[in-house]
Design a protein around this ligand. Structure first.
Ligand SMILES: NC(=O)c1ccc[n+]([C@@H]2O[C@H](COP(=O)([O-])OP(=O)(O)OC[C@H]3O[C@@H](n4cnc5c(N)ncnc54)[C@H](OP(=O)(O)O)[C@@H]3O)[C@@H](O)[C@H]2O)c1
Length: 329
Protein backbone atom coordinates (compact mmCIF):
# COMPACT_ATOMS: atom_id res chain seq x y z
CA UNK A 1 0.00 0.00 0.00
CA UNK A 2 1.35 3.43 -0.91
CA UNK A 3 1.24 5.93 1.94
CA UNK A 4 1.05 9.74 1.83
CA UNK A 5 1.05 12.45 4.47
CA UNK A 6 -2.01 14.52 5.39
CA UNK A 7 -0.96 18.09 4.63
CA UNK A 8 2.01 19.09 6.76
CA UNK A 9 0.85 17.07 9.79
CA UNK A 10 3.18 14.11 9.45
CA UNK A 11 0.15 11.78 9.73
CA UNK A 12 0.72 8.97 7.21
CA UNK A 13 -2.31 7.47 5.55
CA UNK A 14 -2.98 4.94 2.81
CA UNK A 15 -3.72 6.32 -0.68
CA UNK A 16 -6.84 4.14 -0.71
CA UNK A 17 -9.16 5.10 2.12
CA UNK A 18 -12.28 3.27 3.18
CA UNK A 19 -15.44 5.37 2.91
CA UNK A 20 -18.15 4.34 5.37
CA UNK A 21 -21.15 6.18 3.95
CA UNK A 22 -22.92 3.06 2.62
CA UNK A 23 -22.19 1.33 5.93
CA UNK A 24 -24.76 3.72 7.45
CA UNK A 25 -27.48 2.16 5.25
CA UNK A 26 -30.79 4.00 4.94
CA UNK A 27 -32.83 4.84 1.86
CA UNK A 28 -29.85 6.17 -0.15
CA UNK A 29 -28.06 2.80 -0.04
CA UNK A 30 -30.72 0.24 0.87
CA UNK A 31 -30.35 -2.58 3.36
CA UNK A 32 -27.01 -3.08 5.03
CA UNK A 33 -25.74 -5.78 7.37
CA UNK A 34 -23.53 -4.52 10.22
CA UNK A 35 -21.64 -7.79 10.57
CA UNK A 36 -20.76 -7.70 6.90
CA UNK A 37 -19.76 -4.03 7.23
CA UNK A 38 -17.41 -4.91 10.09
CA UNK A 39 -15.87 -7.66 7.95
CA UNK A 40 -15.46 -5.13 5.13
CA UNK A 41 -13.62 -2.77 7.48
CA UNK A 42 -11.39 -5.59 8.77
CA UNK A 43 -10.65 -6.72 5.21
CA UNK A 44 -9.57 -3.18 4.30
CA UNK A 45 -7.33 -2.91 7.38
CA UNK A 46 -5.80 -6.34 6.74
CA UNK A 47 -5.03 -5.26 3.18
CA UNK A 48 -3.08 -2.17 4.29
CA UNK A 49 -5.77 0.54 4.38
CA UNK A 50 -5.38 2.68 7.50
CA UNK A 51 -7.57 5.69 6.61
CA UNK A 52 -11.30 5.39 7.35
CA UNK A 53 -13.77 8.17 6.64
CA UNK A 54 -17.21 8.38 8.21
CA UNK A 55 -19.72 11.03 9.35
CA UNK A 56 -22.50 11.35 11.93
CA UNK A 57 -25.13 11.78 9.23
CA UNK A 58 -24.33 8.39 7.64
CA UNK A 59 -27.24 6.45 9.11
CA UNK A 60 -27.77 8.95 11.95
CA UNK A 61 -24.71 7.68 13.84
CA UNK A 62 -24.87 4.07 12.66
CA UNK A 63 -21.80 4.28 10.41
CA UNK A 64 -19.69 5.79 13.21
CA UNK A 65 -20.90 3.13 15.65
CA UNK A 66 -20.06 0.29 13.27
CA UNK A 67 -16.64 1.79 12.54
CA UNK A 68 -16.08 2.21 16.30
CA UNK A 69 -16.88 -1.44 16.89
CA UNK A 70 -14.68 -2.61 14.02
CA UNK A 71 -11.58 -0.70 15.12
CA UNK A 72 -11.63 -1.80 18.76
CA UNK A 73 -8.18 -3.08 19.68
CA UNK A 74 -6.62 -1.54 16.56
CA UNK A 75 -7.27 2.17 17.17
CA UNK A 76 -3.59 3.20 17.26
CA UNK A 77 -3.00 1.80 13.75
CA UNK A 78 -5.85 3.77 12.22
CA UNK A 79 -6.21 7.26 10.82
CA UNK A 80 -9.79 8.04 11.68
CA UNK A 81 -11.63 10.79 9.81
CA UNK A 82 -15.12 12.03 10.57
CA UNK A 83 -17.10 15.21 10.10
CA UNK A 84 -19.36 17.83 11.60
CA UNK A 85 -21.83 20.37 10.29
CA UNK A 86 -24.81 18.37 9.04
CA UNK A 87 -27.14 19.01 11.91
CA UNK A 88 -30.54 17.45 12.66
CA UNK A 89 -30.85 17.99 16.44
CA UNK A 90 -32.91 21.19 16.33
CA UNK A 91 -34.03 23.86 13.85
CA UNK A 92 -30.83 25.93 13.81
CA UNK A 93 -29.12 26.43 10.44
CA UNK A 94 -30.47 26.54 6.88
CA UNK A 95 -32.29 23.42 5.70
CA UNK A 96 -30.18 21.19 3.40
CA UNK A 97 -32.36 18.11 2.87
CA UNK A 98 -35.02 15.95 4.52
CA UNK A 99 -34.66 12.21 4.97
CA UNK A 100 -36.46 9.60 7.07
CA UNK A 101 -38.32 12.31 8.97
CA UNK A 102 -35.14 14.25 9.86
CA UNK A 103 -34.53 17.82 8.69
CA UNK A 104 -30.81 18.08 8.03
CA UNK A 105 -29.31 21.56 8.24
CA UNK A 106 -25.93 23.03 7.39
CA UNK A 107 -24.83 24.30 10.77
CA UNK A 108 -21.25 24.91 11.85
CA UNK A 109 -21.50 27.14 14.88
CA UNK A 110 -18.98 26.41 17.67
CA UNK A 111 -21.59 25.21 20.17
CA UNK A 112 -22.91 22.66 17.68
CA UNK A 113 -19.39 21.49 16.77
CA UNK A 114 -18.54 21.01 20.44
CA UNK A 115 -21.57 18.74 20.84
CA UNK A 116 -20.91 16.90 17.57
CA UNK A 117 -17.31 16.08 18.40
CA UNK A 118 -18.27 14.60 21.78
CA UNK A 119 -21.04 12.51 20.17
CA UNK A 120 -18.66 11.25 17.49
CA UNK A 121 -15.95 10.37 20.01
CA UNK A 122 -18.48 8.37 21.97
CA UNK A 123 -19.88 6.52 18.95
CA UNK A 124 -16.39 5.80 17.63
CA UNK A 125 -15.23 4.59 21.05
CA UNK A 126 -12.10 6.74 21.03
CA UNK A 127 -10.76 9.86 22.70
CA UNK A 128 -9.32 11.51 19.57
CA UNK A 129 -10.17 11.93 15.91
CA UNK A 130 -7.25 12.10 13.47
CA UNK A 131 -8.92 14.24 10.83
CA UNK A 132 -12.01 16.29 11.67
CA UNK A 133 -13.76 17.82 8.68
CA UNK A 134 -16.58 20.26 8.16
CA UNK A 135 -19.01 18.29 5.97
CA UNK A 136 -20.81 21.01 3.99
CA UNK A 137 -20.24 24.74 4.25
CA UNK A 138 -22.96 27.20 5.21
CA UNK A 139 -24.62 28.69 2.14
CA UNK A 140 -24.00 32.40 1.48
CA UNK A 141 -24.69 34.67 3.25
CA UNK A 142 -23.07 32.44 5.87
CA UNK A 143 -24.93 32.22 9.15
CA UNK A 144 -21.86 30.66 10.77
CA UNK A 145 -18.71 32.57 9.75
CA UNK A 146 -15.84 30.26 8.77
CA UNK A 147 -13.59 32.27 11.10
CA UNK A 148 -15.68 31.16 14.11
CA UNK A 149 -15.86 27.56 12.91
CA UNK A 150 -12.10 27.44 12.37
CA UNK A 151 -11.35 29.03 15.75
CA UNK A 152 -13.42 26.28 17.37
CA UNK A 153 -11.64 23.54 15.40
CA UNK A 154 -8.24 24.96 16.39
CA UNK A 155 -9.33 24.89 20.02
CA UNK A 156 -10.34 21.21 19.68
CA UNK A 157 -6.91 20.53 18.22
CA UNK A 158 -5.24 22.30 21.13
CA UNK A 159 -7.29 20.13 23.49
CA UNK A 160 -6.08 16.98 21.70
CA UNK A 161 -9.57 15.91 20.63
CA UNK A 162 -8.63 16.21 16.96
CA UNK A 163 -5.22 16.00 15.25
CA UNK A 164 -5.87 17.60 11.87
CA UNK A 165 -8.48 19.87 10.30
CA UNK A 166 -10.27 19.35 7.01
CA UNK A 167 -13.10 20.93 5.06
CA UNK A 168 -15.37 19.15 2.62
CA UNK A 169 -17.28 20.61 -0.31
CA UNK A 170 -15.34 23.88 -0.27
CA UNK A 171 -14.23 26.29 -2.97
CA UNK A 172 -10.94 28.19 -3.05
CA UNK A 173 -12.34 31.32 -1.48
CA UNK A 174 -13.72 29.31 1.46
CA UNK A 175 -10.34 27.58 1.88
CA UNK A 176 -8.72 31.00 2.07
CA UNK A 177 -11.15 31.96 4.85
CA UNK A 178 -10.07 28.89 6.84
CA UNK A 179 -6.42 29.67 6.18
CA UNK A 180 -6.83 33.24 7.39
CA UNK A 181 -7.41 31.78 10.87
CA UNK A 182 -5.15 28.72 10.96
CA UNK A 183 -3.73 25.70 9.19
CA UNK A 184 -6.13 23.73 7.00
CA UNK A 185 -4.67 20.26 6.42
CA UNK A 186 -7.09 18.65 3.98
CA UNK A 187 -10.14 19.06 1.81
CA UNK A 188 -12.70 16.48 0.77
CA UNK A 189 -14.17 17.22 -2.68
CA UNK A 190 -16.12 15.07 -5.13
CA UNK A 191 -13.90 13.78 -7.91
CA UNK A 192 -13.84 10.87 -10.29
CA UNK A 193 -12.54 10.43 -13.81
CA UNK A 194 -16.12 11.23 -14.91
CA UNK A 195 -16.39 14.35 -12.75
CA UNK A 196 -13.21 16.39 -13.07
CA UNK A 197 -14.50 19.92 -12.35
CA UNK A 198 -12.05 20.50 -9.48
CA UNK A 199 -9.01 20.04 -11.73
CA UNK A 200 -9.25 23.61 -12.93
CA UNK A 201 -8.89 25.60 -9.72
CA UNK A 202 -9.25 23.60 -6.52
CA UNK A 203 -6.61 20.88 -7.01
CA UNK A 204 -3.89 23.26 -8.29
CA UNK A 205 -4.53 25.48 -5.27
CA UNK A 206 -4.15 22.50 -2.91
CA UNK A 207 -0.87 21.50 -4.56
CA UNK A 208 0.42 25.05 -4.17
CA UNK A 209 -0.66 25.25 -0.51
CA UNK A 210 0.31 21.70 0.51
CA UNK A 211 -3.27 20.80 1.41
CA UNK A 212 -4.19 17.14 0.97
CA UNK A 213 -7.29 16.03 -0.85
CA UNK A 214 -9.45 13.03 0.03
CA UNK A 215 -11.53 12.68 -3.11
CA UNK A 216 -14.96 11.13 -2.72
CA UNK A 217 -16.98 8.89 -5.04
CA UNK A 218 -13.91 8.03 -7.19
CA UNK A 219 -15.67 4.88 -8.41
CA UNK A 220 -18.84 6.86 -9.29
CA UNK A 221 -20.66 4.76 -6.72
CA UNK A 222 -19.64 1.53 -8.37
CA UNK A 223 -20.26 2.44 -12.03
CA UNK A 224 -16.53 2.65 -12.78
CA UNK A 225 -15.92 -0.86 -11.46
CA UNK A 226 -17.83 -2.32 -14.43
CA UNK A 227 -19.95 -4.33 -11.97
CA UNK A 228 -23.13 -2.33 -12.61
CA UNK A 229 -24.45 -3.46 -15.98
CA UNK A 230 -27.26 -2.06 -18.14
CA UNK A 231 -29.87 -4.29 -16.49
CA UNK A 232 -29.30 -3.04 -12.92
CA UNK A 233 -32.07 -0.80 -11.58
CA UNK A 234 -32.24 1.22 -8.39
CA UNK A 235 -35.29 1.89 -6.24
CA UNK A 236 -36.64 5.47 -6.32
CA UNK A 237 -34.97 6.77 -3.13
CA UNK A 238 -31.51 5.31 -3.90
CA UNK A 239 -28.80 7.90 -4.34
CA UNK A 240 -27.54 6.48 -7.62
CA UNK A 241 -30.76 7.61 -9.28
CA UNK A 242 -29.49 11.20 -8.84
CA UNK A 243 -26.26 10.63 -10.74
CA UNK A 244 -26.67 11.40 -14.46
CA UNK A 245 -24.00 8.85 -15.47
CA UNK A 246 -26.36 6.08 -14.28
CA UNK A 247 -29.04 7.04 -16.84
CA UNK A 248 -29.05 4.26 -19.50
CA UNK A 249 -27.95 6.55 -22.34
CA UNK A 250 -24.84 7.61 -20.39
CA UNK A 251 -24.20 4.32 -18.62
CA UNK A 252 -23.94 2.57 -22.00
CA UNK A 253 -21.12 4.89 -23.07
CA UNK A 254 -19.20 4.40 -19.82
CA UNK A 255 -19.51 0.63 -19.98
CA UNK A 256 -18.26 0.63 -23.58
CA UNK A 257 -15.23 2.68 -22.54
CA UNK A 258 -14.50 0.32 -19.65
CA UNK A 259 -14.83 -2.72 -21.93
CA UNK A 260 -12.14 -1.14 -24.13
CA UNK A 261 -9.71 -1.13 -21.19
CA UNK A 262 -9.38 -4.89 -21.15
CA UNK A 263 -5.82 -4.75 -22.57
CA UNK A 264 -4.93 -2.48 -19.65
CA UNK A 265 -6.43 -4.73 -16.96
CA UNK A 266 -4.57 -7.64 -18.59
CA UNK A 267 -1.33 -5.70 -18.74
CA UNK A 268 -1.52 -4.79 -15.04
CA UNK A 269 -3.25 -8.03 -13.95
CA UNK A 270 -5.84 -5.98 -12.14
CA UNK A 271 -9.57 -5.36 -12.24
CA UNK A 272 -11.31 -2.21 -13.45
CA UNK A 273 -11.80 -0.76 -9.96
CA UNK A 274 -8.07 -1.09 -9.30
CA UNK A 275 -7.21 0.50 -12.65
CA UNK A 276 -9.55 3.43 -11.96
CA UNK A 277 -8.22 3.88 -8.41
CA UNK A 278 -4.61 3.85 -9.64
CA UNK A 279 -5.50 6.43 -12.32
CA UNK A 280 -7.27 8.60 -9.73
CA UNK A 281 -4.43 8.75 -7.21
CA UNK A 282 -2.00 9.50 -10.04
CA UNK A 283 -3.73 12.81 -10.81
CA UNK A 284 -1.93 15.97 -9.64
CA UNK A 285 -3.42 17.20 -6.38
CA UNK A 286 -5.28 13.97 -5.57
CA UNK A 287 -3.79 12.58 -2.35
CA UNK A 288 -6.26 9.90 -1.24
CA UNK A 289 -9.08 8.04 -3.03
CA UNK A 290 -12.01 7.60 -0.69
CA UNK A 291 -13.54 4.35 -1.90
CA UNK A 292 -16.83 3.28 -0.38
CA UNK A 293 -17.21 -0.40 0.50
CA UNK A 294 -19.55 -2.43 2.69
CA UNK A 295 -18.54 -5.86 1.38
CA UNK A 296 -15.19 -7.50 2.29
CA UNK A 297 -14.51 -8.45 -1.31
CA UNK A 298 -14.84 -4.82 -2.42
CA UNK A 299 -12.53 -3.53 0.34
CA UNK A 300 -9.90 -6.12 -0.51
CA UNK A 301 -10.00 -5.39 -4.21
CA UNK A 302 -9.98 -1.63 -3.75
CA UNK A 303 -7.05 -1.80 -1.35
CA UNK A 304 -5.01 -3.55 -4.03
CA UNK A 305 -5.56 -0.50 -6.26
CA UNK A 306 -3.37 1.37 -3.78
CA UNK A 307 -0.32 -0.67 -4.75
CA UNK A 308 -0.73 -0.27 -8.51
CA UNK A 309 1.34 2.27 -10.45
CA UNK A 310 0.35 2.98 -14.06
CA UNK A 311 2.72 4.00 -16.84
CA UNK A 312 2.41 7.65 -17.90
CA UNK A 313 1.26 6.70 -21.41
CA UNK A 314 -1.61 4.61 -20.00
CA UNK A 315 -2.72 7.45 -17.73
CA UNK A 316 -2.76 9.73 -20.78
CA UNK A 317 -4.71 7.23 -22.89
CA UNK A 318 -7.33 6.79 -20.18
CA UNK A 319 -7.69 10.55 -19.81
CA UNK A 320 -8.17 10.96 -23.56
CA UNK A 321 -10.94 8.38 -23.49
CA UNK A 322 -12.81 9.80 -20.50
CA UNK A 323 -12.57 13.27 -22.01
CA UNK A 324 -14.02 11.92 -25.25
CA UNK A 325 -17.18 10.88 -23.35
CA UNK A 326 -18.01 14.56 -22.83
CA UNK A 327 -20.70 15.57 -20.35
CA UNK A 328 -23.55 13.19 -19.42
CA UNK A 329 -26.79 13.86 -21.32
N1 LIG B 1 -17.95 14.71 1.93
C1 LIG B 1 -19.01 14.37 1.26
O1 LIG B 1 -19.93 15.16 1.05
C2 LIG B 1 -19.09 12.96 0.75
C3 LIG B 1 -20.06 12.62 -0.22
C4 LIG B 1 -20.07 11.33 -0.71
C5 LIG B 1 -19.14 10.40 -0.25
N2 LIG B 1 -18.24 10.76 0.72
C6 LIG B 1 -17.23 9.79 1.24
O2 LIG B 1 -16.60 9.12 0.16
C7 LIG B 1 -16.81 7.70 0.28
C8 LIG B 1 -16.89 7.06 -1.09
O3 LIG B 1 -17.90 7.61 -1.87
P1 LIG B 1 -19.16 6.79 -2.37
O4 LIG B 1 -19.46 5.70 -1.41
O5 LIG B 1 -20.18 7.80 -2.71
O6 LIG B 1 -18.73 6.22 -3.77
P2 LIG B 1 -17.70 5.20 -4.42
O7 LIG B 1 -16.55 4.94 -3.56
O8 LIG B 1 -17.46 5.75 -5.77
O9 LIG B 1 -18.61 3.89 -4.57
C9 LIG B 1 -18.90 3.05 -3.51
C10 LIG B 1 -19.83 1.93 -3.93
O10 LIG B 1 -19.36 1.33 -5.13
C11 LIG B 1 -19.51 -0.08 -5.06
N3 LIG B 1 -18.14 -0.66 -5.08
C12 LIG B 1 -17.07 -0.24 -4.36
N4 LIG B 1 -16.00 -1.00 -4.64
C13 LIG B 1 -16.38 -1.91 -5.55
C14 LIG B 1 -15.71 -2.95 -6.24
N5 LIG B 1 -14.41 -3.20 -6.06
N6 LIG B 1 -16.41 -3.69 -7.14
C15 LIG B 1 -17.74 -3.45 -7.37
N7 LIG B 1 -18.43 -2.45 -6.74
C16 LIG B 1 -17.76 -1.70 -5.84
C17 LIG B 1 -20.20 -0.42 -3.76
O11 LIG B 1 -21.60 -0.45 -4.01
P3 LIG B 1 -22.52 -1.53 -3.22
O12 LIG B 1 -22.15 -1.41 -1.79
O13 LIG B 1 -23.92 -1.07 -3.51
O14 LIG B 1 -22.18 -2.88 -3.83
C18 LIG B 1 -19.84 0.79 -2.92
O15 LIG B 1 -20.77 1.04 -1.88
C19 LIG B 1 -18.09 7.60 1.15
O16 LIG B 1 -18.21 6.33 1.74
C20 LIG B 1 -17.85 8.71 2.13
O17 LIG B 1 -16.92 8.31 3.12
C21 LIG B 1 -18.20 12.02 1.19
Amino acid sequence: MRMRKIGTTGIEASVVALGAWAIGGGPWWGAVDDRQSISAIHAALDAGVNLIDTAPVYGWGRSEQVVGKAIQGRRDKIVLATKCGLWWHDARGPLFFELEGYSVRRYLSPDAIRKEVEDSLQRLGTDYIDLYQTHWQSPEPASDPIADTMACLLKLKEQGKIRAIGASNVNVSQIREYQAVGLLDAIQPRYSMLDRAIEEELLPYCVEQNISSLVYSPLEQGLLTGAIGMDRTFSPGEYRNNIPWFAPVNRRKVLAMLAGWRPLTEKYRCDLAQLVIAWTVAQPGVTFALCGARKPEHSRRNAAGGTLVLAAEDITTMRREVEALGEPL
